[in-house]
Write a protein that binds this ligand. Sequence first.
Ligand code: KIV
Ligand code: ZN
Length: 386
Amino acid sequence: MNKDKVEIFDTTLRDGEQVPGCKLDAEQKLVIAERLEELGVDIIEAGFPISSPGDFHSVSSIAKLVKNATVCGLTRAVKKDIEVAADALKHAKKPRIHTGIGTSASHIKYKFNSNEDAIIERAVNAVKYAKTFVEDVEFFAEDAGRTDNVFLARICEELIKVGVTVLNIPDTTGYCLPEEYGAKIKYLKENVKGIHKATLSCHCHNDLGLATANSIAGVVNGARQIECTINGIGERAGNTSLEEVVMVLRQHPTLGLDTGINSKLLYDTSLMVSEKMGMMVQPNKAIVGANAFAHSSGIHQDGVIKNRETYEIIDPADVGVTESSIILTARSGRAALAYRAKIVGYELTKVQLDTVYKEFLKFADTRKEVLDNDIHQIVEISGITV
Ligand code: KIV
Ligand code: ZN
């Protein structure tokens, strides 16, 4: 089946880096940008150039370094921001300016003390101005998740008239349900004149743990770009996790969608970003967490030892993890003990295994995990000779 490509817009270096205490220096950003390109991301959002001289410098250095991916810089719908971003991006092979403004009733009233018509005018002027510097201009309708769909469609239509290339529909506060977010994208697809001239993009935050589900609902309903970060890092509960959306599409070929990501680099990239940001990945994190391919209960271990696919939907090698791990705990069964004992040099008969298993359970009840070294001690206590 010919699959439709979903572009991956990585914002680890911009939205991801907004995590308190996780600031990266210019050199670290360059190394990550290089890796993102190797990973196969289509767009790297390198920073917010007007925000600080350091960010300007990083965006500019990444723009010079990156060969294949589009390099993008964020701006508000403000002339000076756009000029500074254009300057930072001037050496990029494929530059993109990402400009935008809040569109929800609450943003319009409280942030801007404005009205819908004035917001459309500012948005149109920003896109027109950005187009004087670069061809590729993306617009974000901040808080689109809580923006009235009719107004959102109106603003998108006006922006298409002035040549916007990507329309970003952020669920900035992570409020939407997947059905609601999917319906929003569908509504725009069906009601915005000229929508085929622009790509709809999903940018979902994870405040309710729904960022991945919402992004998938978005692409199922016609969006063709997902904005995400490595390990799902980002402000508050974070952004959509790159590794999750990539693997959801890969594991569900009937959706007819795929990305250009080299999934074998996912685990290593996760480690790299975690280490450079000093931000640990939760062990139960999907795809890249330390326990994502670890089995500790007896029933599951028995299944995985017989056939990995009984309890694993992803081959760990596909995401760069060397193997599934069988962790010995007091919940483990004989099959797991025999499996690990064999790895450390004991080929136990059924009778021997029964004896060793009794000692193993006593030992395991006193520990969180039984390590390979402990197996030698357990076999010795059991009094069997192997
Ligand atoms: O979440 C958001 O709305 C954003 C925009 C600036 C794109 O990060
Ligand atoms: Zn965001």
